[in-house]
Unconditional design. Structure first.
Length: 185
């Protein structure tokens, strides 16, 4: 029995070893098949990854091109806006300069008119005063001439007056008590 048991045990062990080797062989076949499948799956994944990378790169390049075109459009719009604003500022500056020039000319013309009026008024006043001086000189000359004539006439009349007054004086002393006269000379 021990031998039988031993034989059965050895037979069992051989079967188990055969079964173990069969399992190892199946495992190796499965590993080879699985390795092939893994390689196939990896290759599919690599292909999908490459396809996704290609799509991503296409999407990225398309997005970059859209961003570049949008950036260029924004730069163009900003440049255009900058030029328009510069033009508007220059227009306002030129308008302000023109307004200043216009106001300056107007103020200068008013000042010029004001001082011309003063100058013309002063010239008229000087002419009037010169005419008055001339008139006063002619009147002075006429008055001197008239004074000279009156002095000469007075001298002519003073001799007869002195004779008449001498005669009247003698007459007045005699009639002084009758009349009183006040003479203002």
């Amino acid at each position: 029995m021990l031998e039988a048991e031993q034989l059965s045990h050895e037979a069992n062990e051989r079967e188990l070893l055969k079964f173990k080797e069969q399992l190892k062989f199946e495992q190796m076949e499965n590993e080879i098949v699985n390795a092939g499948r893994i390689a196939e799956v990896r290759s599919q994944h690599d292909k999908q990854l490459a396809k996704l990378r290609y799509q991503f790169d296409d999407g990225l390049s398309e997005l970059n091109s859209r961003c570049e075109s949008r950036l260029q459009q924004l730069e163009f719009d900003l440049e255009l806006r900058r030029r328009v604003e510069i033009h508007e500022v220059e227009e306002r500056k030129n308008q302000h300069i023109n307004d200043l020039i216009k106001n300056h000319r107007k103020a200068f013309q008013q000042m010029k008119t004001y001082y011309n009026d003063i100058t013309q008024g002063n010239l008229r006043l000087v002419k009037d005063l010169q005419k008055q001086v001339e008139e006063l000189k002619t009147r002075s000359i006429n008055n001197k001439r008239m004074l000279l004539e009156y002095v000469q006439e007075n001298q002519k009349l003073s001799e007869p007056l002195s004779k008449v007054s001498a005669e009247i004086g003698t007459f007045c002393y005699s009639n002084l008590s009758i009349f009183s006269f006040n003479f203002n000379i």
